[in-house]
Design a protein around this ligand. Structure first.
Ligand code: WT7
Length: 673
């Protein structure tokens, strides 16, 4: 094993990286691949980590979490019960305490004299800037809270949010939290029909959306598209429309209201409602093994404890001096916990960027980091790989010396991408936190602590204090070294509480395989001799495309809803850029054979049903699919075919010739690329 004294690897291989040509960079990264372990830079001292915390968390986890909840958050009524584990897996935390999330994110900072501090430094696609202070956010949040009440929204009602990356999205979430409404944010990249489904299954009473959204210089109408899909939804009583781009938006008298008009006429004062710690804060739909998305439910006290604690510790946050930027979209859990709730609860200054990483040019991220003097940057491996493809000249144009810490999330990061991030973006000086977690976990569970944990490129390293992951073999035996199924053996405050209106599916999905007190993550992982976790990937029918979770069943049902399609099976194929890519094996009706135009049509069809991110990268026409004698599609074989692997056991196949034909077609498609 090799590691370098200063943890950077620089002394081993030279220092000048940015500005060098691709060939020498390539050579340097190859050399760095031999470095197995990077020790923390000696001058990086963690602000928040105390070794005593780890010991305390190990000795008495609930007491440790109670301490975090008490010191990090303001409570209207302090709790006396820490953890109610009388009915697993329905765990309840801090049950008799009361608090308000928006008061913790806004009022307490304003009351402490930090009202003029910038909460969100917004950067628009065309270079526009908006500096939104904590006082600004509080003022708008109060007015919108009153506006929502005027529209009949009360405690426990569901409010949909379908907005692009504009500050109003944070206001919308916080206004819900202020009055105890439950928000249901839908990622702006989803198709309106996916919005409809998520509003329908959650009985959303109000939807907050926008006139239009900008993307790479073009403006697309959003309100109009929403109307076309959701116009007839019974439970949806009102639509609030943010005027963002100025594009024409139909307003239906009586049902629709402009956001700015609602705010203008609303009372400016809305005291935060003290809510039970277990009051629902939000639902976020995520993909699972079936076509029906899962409504992951998070509650007030435990979730905010997790988001606040981890954001401060993992990102080593100094709220007074750091400028923090998470490049995710608010529509994912990363945006909920690490753009909105964690940073605001901690009183941080964040950058929020509206646009794409390649508009107006491929250096826009690095330009923003230079101009805003970003100190902490958090992004996804897929984005890093895209930047690698574009070349080091784009970051090379900018001064990135303000950066002191880098993070990644969403999928395993390949060592080469880690090293590129470390060298080209981090200048060899910034620790990298590879943070493993899920929509369900609410907050980061496994991650290095900067300045504390030695990192190994590709490993999320070790659990945070108070978190107890383990690997189990197929038959439930503990694996101390080697690969296994990842589980969490003790409850933690920010864990999901249930699947919205589906307790049974909650138990079935997460707590049935190894008993009612063992949370089954859905990932396989490897544990090395140092006790480091290496996440391998999903073990269910979930595909991770660019860090976005998609269900094979959901994509299949979108494809078969096309009139030409008889049958479809969807599997993942490894992809250099996106981690995994979607491959669809499709049989058309009436023995038709498909052509390129049909492929384009099917991809477009999936885009309108789910969203562009679910479009299959590759469509393979199949005369037949490999099936067992009982007619079950053997996805395992399709995965082997897609990966170009030796086929596994084919003896149970009804017609073994089918797989050979498909394997030939995939090989041909790979060769054509
Ligand atoms: C799945 C959760 C958590 C926010 C983004 C995704 C994969 C997540 C890592 C990581 C390896 C990772 C897992 C997990 N994943 N982070 N650092 N290393 N894999 O949230 O959509 O709920 O997906 O993403 O497979 O189960 P999500």
């Amino acid at each position: 094993m090799t590691s370098t004294a200063d943890g950077t690897g620089l002394d081993a291989v030279g220092t000048d990286i940015v500005g060098t040509d691709d060939v020498s960079l390539e050579r340097e990264l190859d050399q760095l691949l031999a470095v197995e372990r990077f020790d923390p830079p000696p001058d990086f001292v963690s602000r928040w980590y105390r070794p005593a915390d780890a010991a305390a968390a190990a000795a008495d986890p609930p007491a440790f979490w109670a301490e975090q909840a008490r010191t990090l958050l303001d409570w209207d009524t302090p709790f006396t019960t820490v953890l109610d584990d009388s009915n697993p897996p329905f765990y309840r935390w801090f049950t008799d305490g009361r608090l308000n999330v928006s008061a913790n994110c806004l009022d307490r900072h304003v009351a402490a004299g930090r009202g003029d501090k910038v909460a969100i430094h917004w950067v628009g696609e065309e270079g526009e800037r908006r500096r939104v202070t904590y006082s600004d956010l509080l003022a708008d949040t109060q007015r919108l809270a009153n506006g929502l009440k005027e529209l009949g929204v009360g405690k426990g009602d569901v409010v949909g949010i379908f907005l692009p990356m504009i500050p109003e999205v944070a206001v919308a979430m916080l206004a819900c939290a202020r009055i105890g409404a439950v928000h249901n944010v839908v990622f702006g990249g989803f198709a309106p029909s996916a919005v409809r489904e998520r509003m329908e299954v959650s009985d959303a009473k109000v939807l907050i959306t926008v006139d239009g959204a900008r993307r790479k210089g073009r403006t697309a109408p959003v309100k109009e598209a929403v109307d076309a899909e959701l116009g007839d939804l019974k439970a949806l009583e009102h639509i609030v429309v943010v005027r963002s781009t100025g594009i024409a938006a139909p307003i239906r008298e009586g049902r629709d209201v402009w956001y700015h008009e609602l705010l203008e006429r609303a009372d400016p004062v809305a005291p935060p409602e003290p809510l039970d710690a277990e009051h629902p804060l939000f639902i976020l739909y995520s993909s699972g093994s079936t076509a029906k998305p899962k409504g992951i439910l998070h509650t007030t006290g435990g979730y905010l404890t997790g988001a606040t604690y981890t954001h401060r510790l993992v990102f080593d946050l100094d709220a007074d001096s750091d400028v923090y930027w998470c490049s995710a979209d608010v529509g994912w859990i990363t945006g909920h916990s690490y753009i909105v709730y964690g940073p605001l609860s901690n009183g941080a200054t964040s950058v929020m960027f509206e646009g794409a990483p390649d508009y107006p040019d491929r250096d826009i991220w690095w330009k923003i980091i230079e101009e805003c003097k970003v100190t902490i940057f958090y992004t996804a491996p897929t984005a890093i790989r895209t930047c690698i493809k574009w070349g080091p000249q784009y970051p090379g144009r900018h001064d990135l010396s303000s950066l002191r810490l880098l993070g990644t999330v969403g999928e395993p990061i390949n060592p080469k991408a880690w090293l590129w991030y470390h060298k080209v973006i981090g200048g060899g000086r910034c620790p990298i936190v590879d943070t493993w977690w899920q929509t369900e976990t609410g907050a980061i569970l496994i991650s290095p602590l900067p300045g504390v944990t030695s990192t190994k490129p590709g490993s999320a390293t070790t659990p945070l204090p108070g978190i107890f992951p383990a690997l189990l073999s197929e038959d439930g035996q503990p694996v101390t070294e080697g690969t296994g199924v990842l589980v969490i053996t003790k409850p933690w405050p920010s864990m999901l509480r249930t699947l919205y209106r589906d307790d049974e599916r909650y138990v079935q999905t997460y707590f049935s395989r190894f008993g009612r007190d063992v949370y089954v993550v859905g990932d396989a992982a490897r544990l090395d001799a140092d006790g480091y976790f290496w996440i391998i990937g999903r073990i269910d029918d979930v595909i991770n495309v660019s860090g976005h979770r998609l269900s094979t069943a959901e994509v299949e049902s979108a494809i078969v809803s096309h009139e030409l399609v008889a049958e479809a099976a969807v599997v993942a194929q490894s992809d250099e850029q996106t981690g995994q890519a979607i491959v669809a094996f499709v049989t058309l009706t009436g023995n038709q054979s498909g052509d390129d135009a049909t492929i384009a049509e099917l991809r477009e069809h999936v885009a309108t049903r789910i969203g562009k991110l679910a479009r299959p990268k590759r469509v393979i026409w199949a005369d037949d699919l490999p099936k067992t004698r009982s007619g079950k599609i053997m996805r395992r074989l399709l995965r082997d075919i897609a990966e170009g692997r030796e086929l596994g056991d084919v003896t149970t196949l009804r017609d073994p010739d089918v797989v050979a034909a498909l394997a030939g077609k995939v090989a041909q498609a790979d060769a054509d690329e």
